[in-house]
Design a protein around this ligand. Structure first.
Ligand SMILES: [Zn+2]
Length: 743
C-alpha cells in the first residue's frame, strides 16, 4: 500500500529542516485497511503484532514493545519484532518509525518513552521533565481510581509530524501532533492544555482501548469520558489545578454552540443515526467531547464521585478487552448508585439541546427553568464589599436541585435575606445550562465581574455574557466594554486569552458591521497595550505574551505597523517577551495582511526558519498578501492537486482576512462552487479541511448565505462534508442576526 501525505494510514513526512524521513500510522477511523487487510470495525478485537524492517539508524515503536531482532535485507536495515498486544480494535493499531530522538524511563515497572523528530529534540529535552512528571502523576492517579491495572506493556508518547488529530490513543503508543512540543514561548494555559491532552489520552487506555464502544454511535463512551477524566485527573494530580476554568472557557462554549446548531444530536444518538464510517466521522464533534464531558460532570454532581467510580469499575471489569454500549454502562451505574438512571439518560443522553436557568428577580426567591432536563447546580450568592462599589464577596454557594419538568424552584431564604448583590446560577460550573440574571445581579456583574474571587465563577460569568451576545440579547459592543473593564485585573491567561479571542475574531470580524471594525481593532490594540504595560514581575510572562499576541493581531494603523516593525528589528517586545519563531511569524502574518511586507520579506523569513512549521507559516503569509496575483496563486493551490494537508491548512487560513473584504468579494461565490467540484472529484477530505480552515468567515452577508445554501442543496456532498458546511452556515445565520440586532 502507498504511503499517505494526508494523515490517513501510514503517513510519510520528510523534514525540511534536515531532510530526515518519519513514518507514523494513523489507523482511525477506517484506515487500518490502507495498511493491512482487516475487518475494520471497533467491536472486532484481536491480538496484534508486526515485524518491521527499517534502516538501522531508525527507531521503531508500536503498541507492544518493539525489539531489534538482527540485521535484515536490504543492507543497512534492521528487523524489529513487536510484542503481541492483548485484544485491541484495528483502528487503534499503530507503528511509528524514523530517526526519532528519544527520552526513555520507567515507572512502576512499565517502560515510558518520549519521542520527537530530531529537529525538535531541543524542545523535547527542555520539557521532558515536565512531560514525564505530568505523565507519572496522572498514571498514579488512574491506578488509584481504576481497579483494572494498566492494560498494556509500555507507555510511549510519540510527538509525530502532521498528525491530523490533536493526539491519538493507540494502546501503549500514543501519538501527539508535534505542535505540542514548543520551540518557542508559550503561556501556562498552553502547557496546561498539553497536560490535559496527556491525561485525556491516558484515560483512553481504559475508556476506548480496554473497553471499546461496540459501534461509532457510542463515540461518546470513549471521548466524553476521556475529556472528563482528562480535566479532572489533571486538576487533582498535578500543579495544573485550574484545568476546569480552561475547560469552561475554551472547551465548553464549543459544546453549547454545537448544541444550538441545527445539526445537533443526542450525546448518544443510537446506531441507526450512525449508519457508516462517514457518519461516524461527524460523531467526533463537540457534542461528543465538550457537551459529553459536561454531562458527565453533571452526572457526578448528581450521583457523587464514589457511586460514579464504583459503577465505572464494574463496567471496566465486565467488558475488559471487549466492547460495550450505553445500556451496559447505565446498568453498571444504576447498580452502584441505586438510582434508576434510565430517565436521567433519556433526558441528558438521548435528547439534544440546552436548558436555561433564570433568576427572574433578586427578591422573588425562585429560579426558573426552561427545558426538560434535571439539574444539580450551585447558586452563588454574593454581597457587595462594604465601601467598595465594585468588590463582590461570596456569601454562600447553595445547592439547587431542579426537577426535569419543573418550571421553577423555590430558593432557600439564605439566597434572599438579606438581599444579595448578585445571584449566579451554575456557580462552580458543574451544570450544563444557559444562565440568565435578574437586573440587579446583572448590574453587580457588569461592575464587579473581574472581582469575583473564584476564576471558575468568572468563567461562568464570561460565558453568560458571550451567550447573551450570541443570542442578540446584548449588544456586541457591551462585551468589548466589559472586556476593557475587567481584563485589567484578570490574573488568569486561561480567561484573558479566550475573552480577547472572542472579541477579536468573532465580535470585531463578524458581529459588528464592517464600518465599526477599524475603531474596534484600535480599542482592542489599546486594551492589549494597557495589559502589556500593567503586566510586570516574574509571574507576568504568560500575561505579557498573551497581551503581545493581542497587540499583533489587532494592529492596523500606521503607528501600530511601525511598532511591529520595530519589534521585529529589535528581536523583542520592549520589556519582553523576546521574539521567537512563532511571534515573528505572527507579526509577519499581520504585516502581510496589511500589505506592509511583500513576497521578498516572507521568503527571507522562510530562509531563517526552515522547519515544517516555518514553511506552513510562510504559505499562510503568502496567501494573506493583498495583491490579486497572490490571491490567484493561493486559490490555485487550495483547489489544485494534492499536497500536504498541513500546508494547505496554512494557505486556507491565510486567504480570507476580514481586512481584505473588497479584494475577496469575487472569491466568495466561487468558493462554494469549487467546494462542490472538489467533492465531485472524490476528495471530500480536502474539502472538509477547506470548510474547517478556509471558510470565508468575514463575509457576513445574505448573499454568502444564499450561495452556501445553494451548494448544500445542489452539490452532492458526503454527509460529513454536508454537516461541516451546514454548521458554518448556521454560524453565519447567527452572525447576521446579531448584526441586524446591532443595526
Ligand atoms: Zn480522545
Amino acid at each position: 500500500m502507498a504511503y499517505s501525505r494526508d494523515g490517513a494510514g501510514l503517513h510519510r513526512f520528510t523534514d525540511t529542516a534536515d531532510g530526515e524521513t518519519y513514518l507514523a500510522l494513523h489507523a482511525g477511523l477506517d484506515n487500518a485497511q490502507r495498511v493491512f487487510a482487516a475487518f475494520d470495525q471497533p467491536d472486532l478485537k484481536a491480538a496484534m503484532t508486526a515485524t518491521v524492517v527499517a534502516p538501522d539508524s531508525w527507531t521503531v515503536l508500536g503498541n507492544g514493545v518493539a525489539r531489534p531482532a538482527g540485521p535484515a535485507r536490504p543492507r543497512g536495515c534492521l528487523r524489529w519484532d513487536l510484542a503481541a498486544t492483548p485484544p485491541i480494535s484495528s483502528y487503534l493499531f499503530t507503528l511509528v518509525a524514523g530517526p526519532y530522538h528519544s527520552v526513555r524511563g520507567e515507572h512502576r515497572g512499565i517502560p515510558f518513552g518520549l519521542h520527537s523528530r530530531r529537529s525538535l529534540a531541543g524542545a523535547l529535552d527542555r520539557d521532558a521533565a515536565e512531560i514525564l512528571a505530568v505523565t507519572r502523576a496522572c498514571f498514579d492517579r488512574y491506578l488509584e481510581i481504576f481497579a483494572e491495572p494498566y492494560p498494556f506493556d509500555s507507555y510511549d508518547q510519540a510527538f509525530v509530524p502532521e498528525l491530523e488529530a490533536g493526539a491519538v490513543e493507540n494502546p501503549g503508543c500514543i501519538t501527539f501532533r508535534d505542535e505540542f512540543l514548543f520551540p518557542y514561548a508559550v503561556t501556562q494555559a498552553e502547557r496546561q492544555t498539553r497536560g490535559m491532552v496527556i491525561a485525556h489520552e491516558m484515560a483512553h487506555m481504559w475508556f476506548g482501548d480496554l473497553v471499546t464502544m461496540a459501534w461509532w454511535d457510542d463515540v461518546w463512551l470513549s471521548e466524553s469520558f476521556a475529556t472528563y477524566m482528562g480535566f479532572q485527573v489533571l486538576s487533582e494530580a498535578t500543579a495544573f489545578t485550574g484545568a476546569w476554568t480552561d475547560f469552561a472557557l475554551s472547551r465548553k462554549p464549543r459544546g453549547y454552540d454545537a448544541d444550538q446548531r441545527t445539526s445537533t444530536h443526542p450525546v448518544a444518538p443510537g446506531p441507526q443515526e450512525v449508519p457508516d464510517t462517514d457518519a461516524a466521522r461527524s460523531a467526533y464533534d463537540e457534542i461528543s467531547y465538550a457537551k459529553g464531558a459536561s454531562v458527565l460532570r453533571q452526572l457526578v454532581a448528581w450521583t457523587g464521585w464514589p457511586a460514579f467510580i464504583t459503577g465505572i469499575n464494574d463496567y471496566l471489569a465486565r467488558y475488559r478487552f471487549a466492547s460495550a454500549t450505553l445500556d451496559d454502562l447505565l446498568d453498571c451505574l444504576a447498580r452502584s448508585s441505586g438510582a434508576d438512571l434510565r430517565e436521567w439518560a433519556a433526558r441528558w443522553l438521548r435528547t439534544p439541546g440546552v436548558d436555561t436557568l433564570t433568576v427572574p428577580s433578586s427578591g422573588a426567591g425562585i429560579l426558573t427553568h426552561a427545558g426538560s432536563r434535571p439539574h444539580q447546580v450551585w447558586l452563588g450568592v454574593y454581597d457587595q464589599v462594604p465601601g467598595d462599589a465594585y468588590g463582590l464577596v461570596l456569601r454562600a454557594r447553595i445547592p439547587v436541585s431542579v426537577e426535569a419538568d419543573a418550571d421553577q424552584v423555590t430558593l432557600p431564604s439564605a439566597a434572599a435575606d438579606p438581599p444579595p448583590a448578585l445571584l449566579l446560577p451554575n456557580d462552580g460550573d458543574f451544570g450544563y445550562a444557559k444562565v440568565r440574571l435578574d437586573p440587579r445581579s446583572w448590574a453587580a456583574l457588569t461592575s464587579g465581574l473581574g472581582r469575583l474571587p473564584d476564576p471558575l465563577s468568572r468563567a461562568v460569568a464570561w460565558n453568560t455574557v458571550r451567550d447573551l451576545v450570541r443570542d442578540a440579547e446584548l449588544p456586541a459592543e457591551d462585551y468589548l466594554e466589559l472586556a476593557a473593564r475587567h481584563l485589567l485585573t484578570e490574573t488568569e491567561t486561561v480567561i484573558t486569552g479566550p475573552v480577547l479571542g472572542f472579541a477579536r475574531w468573532t465580535i470585531a470580524d463578524r458581529y459588528l458591521p464592517p464600518p465599526r471594525r477599524e475603531a474596534t481593532l484600535g480599542d482592542l490594540a489599546g486594551l492589549c497595550h494597557t495589559l502589556l504595560r500593567r503586566a510586570a514581575g516574574p509571574d507576568a510572562s504568560g500575561m505579557r505574551l498573551t497581551a503581545a499576541r493581542g497587540v499583533i493581531d489587532s494592529a492596523s494603523r500606521p503607528d501600530e505597523v511601525a511598532e511591529l516593525r520595530s519589534w521585529l528589528q529589535a528581536g523583542a517586545v520592549p520589556g519582553g517577551p523576546d521574539l521567537d519563531s512563532r511571534l515573528r511569524w505572527q507579526i509577519m502574518l499581520r504585516l502581510a495582511v496589511l500589505g506592509a511586507v511583500g513576497q521578498a520579506e516572507i521568503e527571507a523569513e522562510a530562509d531563517r526558519d526552515t522547519t515544517a512549521t516555518g514553511q506552513q507559516s510562510a504559505a499562510r503569509c503568502r496567501a494573506a498578501l493583498p495583491g490579486p496575483g497572490a490571491k490567484q496563486a493561493a486559490w490555485a493551490e487550495m483547489f489544485g492537486p494534492d499536497q500536504s494537508r498541513y500546508l494547505l491548512a496554512g494557505i486556507a487560513e491565510g486567504f480570507w482576512p476580514a481586512d481584505q473584504a473588497d479584494l475577496l468579494a469575487d472569491y466568495v461565490p466561487r468558493y462554494f462552487t469549487a467546494l462542490g467540484d472538489l467533492a465531485a472529484r472524490g476528495d471530500p477530505a480536502t474539502a472538509r479541511m477547506l470548510v474547517r480552515h478556509g471558510f470565508p468567515l468575514h463575509a457576513v452577508a445574505p448573499a454568502t448565505l444564499r450561495a452556501g445554501e445553494d451548494c448544500l442543496t445542489h452539490a452532492e456532498l458526503p454527509a460529513s462534508l454536508h454537516r461541516l458546511l451546514a454548521d458554518q452556515l448556521d454560524d453565519l445565520r447567527r452572525a447576521l442576526q446579531v448584526r441586524s440586532g446591532a443595526a
